[in-house]
Design a protein around this ligand. Structure first.
Ligand code: IPE
Ligand code: IPE
Ligand code: MG
Length: 253
């Protein structure tokens, strides 16, 4: 499955380079890529799927712990029905076709989002791929489908409220740690690096709680044109950042 030997890719990074534990990607720009070529938006999504495969392989070989890929937002239902249906079919087909490769590459797959609102056949394959890869030890691939950051926070709040109403939690027990335990993937570390290809300087409802202190790298390249070299560049850029988490710069405290 690996398109580029792992050693070649890692050699493009300085030896002292820190690999982010968790990388999040807002996979944007498929539509513009297609329109520039006189193709349908769906052709852009097909090409974007190939990029996603390349990036999963690259992250697995670099030793990234978690890769979160934003595939379909709760707002994306507002697009024309043919595009929405095309995307649902594409995600389902991609998962079916990639399952064996994910297993072979020791990738653990998880899906985040309101999956009960997705087509039944897509729900089934999401569950199946999660189950088939649950014991894998390599990269965790977190696929965001019918995902919204605000929706995730609202869902957590509702679940906590139900526990409070049942008398299982006291309001005074609610703190950031407890709240985070009710998010979709409480076992994953927060993203360190968020990459947004397509040039838009916004987060578009992506992992709102979890990216509180993530480093953002916006790149003009459209997602279908995104290569492993762009990934390497984003990791290098991440390494130039000083993460302060509200503290003073290193050496000043
Ligand atoms: C793909 O890019 C992301 C999805 C919402 C599936 P877009 O379809 O948003 O592409 P642009 O932004 O119109 O170019
Ligand atoms: C964000 O891209 C959602 C995904 C990549 C799935 P959008 O294209 O939907 O975001 P906006 O509309 O530019 O904010
Ligand atoms: Mg877009």
């Amino acid at each position: 499955m690996l398109s580029e030997p792992a050693t070649d890719l890692i050699n493009k990074l300085p030896a002292d380079c820190e690999i982010p534990r968790h990388i999040g990607i807002v996979m944007d720009g498929n539509g513009r890529w297609a329109e520039q070529r006189g193709l349908s938006r769906f052709d852009g999504h097909l090409e974007g799927r190939k990029t996603a495969q390349r990036v999963v392989e690259a992250c697995a070989s670099l030793g990234v712990e978690v890769l979160s890929l934003y595939a379909f937002s709760v707002q994306n239902w507002q697009r024309p029905t043919p595009e929405v249906e095309g995307l649902m079919d594409l995600i389902e087909t991609a998962l079916r076709e990639e399952l064996q490769a994910l297993v072979a590459n020791d990738v653990r797959f998880v899906a985040s989002g309101r999956r009960q609102e997705l087509p039944r056949s897509l729900q089934r394959i999401l569950n199946e791929v999660e189950q088939e890869t649950a014991g894998n030890q390599g990269l965790t691939l977190n696929l965001l489908v019918n995902y919204g950051g605000r929706t995730e926070i609202v869902d957590a709040a509702r679940n906590i409220a139900e526990q409070v109403a049942a008398g299982d939690i006291f309001p005074a027990d609610i703190d950031e740690r407890l709240f985070a335990n009710y998010l979709y993937t409480p076992d994953l570390p927060d993203p360190d690096l968020v990459i947004r290809p397509g040039g838009e300087m916004r987060v578009s409802n992506f992992l709102l709680w979890e990216i509180a202190y993530a480093e953002l790298v916006v790149m003009p390249v459209l997602w279908p044109d995104f290569t492993t070299d762009h990934l390497i560049d984003a990791i290098k850029e991440y390494n130039t950042r000083e993460r302060r988490f509200g503290r003073l710069p290193a050496g000043d405290d």
